[in-house]
Design a protein around this ligand. Structure first.
Ligand code: ADE
Length: 228
């Protein structure tokens, strides 16, 4: 099985790139795809750039061109729950869009507005988390809400929480999950909190982006190590 791995920003795939062997690069529709192996597993790694459309384009290419057996989205997010903080981590129990009318999504393709994380990938991630030496952050299985906006405003944060009850917000996960769902490919989104999606989000993001991105990528490395 080939693992399809998407990070939206260079920081979100940087650690994974350093761990990759036998790398072959290909550019498709302006995005660069790196095929190779990590921890002995076949992977295709792509930096999608930010936002739902870029992420969906990338996920669809992984499905059709690379025939990946699963899709993992790794990266950072803004925390919107009480029980986690910056540098803690969310595994996608499910994903929703916070800027898309759920009634329309249910009426038209893909006829659902909620995309669950794959149970086997969730189990593997939990096992991998237990084996990370000296792990000093918490994690939870939770809801990730996706939209084409960096959330750094209290009113918007409150409105997203009221409408979708997420544990964190980001800009790609549900788009990738929708494409995976449409192609019947198991999918998991892993997000480490870089900020609290509030007025301080920009500053917090700048401070914690790299370390949060690496936490998420380290978990994925540990999953690849454990996988059969
Ligand atoms: N990714 C990281 N932090 C974010 C935020 N506050 N809003 C949207 N995407 C994010």
């Amino acid at each position: 099985m080939t693992w399809g791995i998407i990070g939206a920003m260079p920081s979100e795939i940087a650690l994974l790139e350093t761990q990759m062997s036998n790398v072959k690069k290909e550019t498709i529709s302006g995005l660069s795809y790196q095929s190779g192996t990590i921890r002995g597993k076949d992977v295709v790694l792509c930096c999608s750039e930010i936002g739902k459309v870029n992420a969906a384009m990338c996920a669809q290419t992984l499905a059709l061109r690379y025939n990946v057996g699963c899709m993992i989205n790794t990266g950072v997010a803004g925390c919107t729950c009480e029980d986690l903080g910056v540098l803690d981590l969310v595994l996608s129990r499910d994903l929703v869009f916070h800027d898309y009318d759920w009634k329309l999504q249910e009426k038209y393709h893909p006829h659902t507005s909620r995309f669950p994380g794959d149970p086997k990938l969730i189990e593997l991630a939990k096992k991998a988390l237990e084996q990370i030496p000296g792990r000093d952050y918490q994690y939870k299985l939770g809801r990730i809400a996706t939209g084409d906006v960096f959330v750094d405003d209290e009113d918007l944060r409150r409105s997203i929480i009221e409408r979708t009850e997420p544990d964190c917000v980001e800009m790609e996960g549900a788009a990738i999950a929708l494409v995976a769902y449409s192609n019947q490919i198991p999918c998991l989104v892993i997000r480490c909190m870089s900020d609290n999606a509030n007025g301080d989000a920009g500053m917090s993001f700048d401070t914690f982006e790299k370390i949060a991105a690496d936490h998420s990528a380290k978990l994925l490395l540990s999953m690849l190590e454990l996988a059969e």
